[in-house]
Write a protein of this length. Structure first.
Length: 231
């Protein structure tokens, strides 16, 4: 994947870069630009100024012992974080968050879960956007999906110790709710969603296929209820 921002660049890992790739120190400043790489072969060129801002204002992001939700961590910031201000800056923060998290063994181990969650969250965001005439909110939401997914996946092992049961009845109710929501919204937003019924139905089918267990169903409910509240 590829993003270009004023202070970072994400590009395929096999491209050359002048940034130095090395083991990052925890809670310390660096004196050179650096390159972060994920197991998915995405790379992020990070300036020393941005790295040091993270070290100063979000030191827990450098710690491998636990994870904090990106929105909670962003709102807890202290000190000068000019590079992360504004909605675009918050998008950038979520991208930086994702790359720092993907340096941690626990997050790497749950990479497949994270990728599945990204697909689910993307489908939900796309449906919501199509039903509500689009807008910048959904674009910003899309940019932050990898951060939300890697955070949720980080705690996936804890769900494995919980009691399991057949989620089919709950899943049917959830999918019925989504389909009814789409039907209702399209009945009143015909100018926006009426011409996109096929795309919406395809995404609903994707969501149905990607909810393969209790964990994914719970994460869909959480993601939708916390991010979309439109009248």
């Amino acid at each position: 994947m590829m993003y270009s921002l004023s202070s970072c660049e994400i590009k395929p890992a096999n491209n050359s870069s002048s940034a130095k790739q090395d083991t990052l120190p925890a809670n310390q400043h660096i004196d050179h630009d650096t390159l972060l790489t994920t197991i998915n072969r995405d790379t992020l060129r990070l300036t020393k100024e941005v790295y040091n801002t993270v070290a100063d204002c979000f030191p827990s992001l450098l710690s491998p012992s636990y994870a904090t939700h990106p929105d909670v961590l962003y709102l807890s910031r202290s000190g000068n974080t000019d590079v992360f201000e504004s909605e675009a800056g918050r998008d950038y923060f979520c991208q930086v968050y994702y790359f720092f998290m993907m340096q941690q063994p626990k997050a790497i181990a749950q990479n497949a879960v994270s990728l599945q969650l990204q697909q689910l969250f993307s489908a939900i965001n796309d449906v919501e956007g199509r039903l509500h005439c689009g807008g910048t909110y959904f674009g910003h939401r899309h940019e932050r999906l990898p951060a939300y997914a890697v955070y949720a996946a980080y705690y996936y092992p804890e769900y494995q110790t919980e009691k399991t049961y057949d989620i089919a009845p709950q899943k049917r109710h959830y999918m019925a709710m989504l389909r009814q929501m789409a039907t209702d919204e399209m009945s009143i937003e015909d100018d926006c969603a009426g011409g996109q019924q096929r795309a919406i139905q395809e995404q609903l089918t994707n969501i149905d296929k990607l909810i393969t267990g209790k964990f994914y169903l719970l994460q869909c409910l959480t993601f939708q209820h916390q991010g979309y509240d439109f009248e």
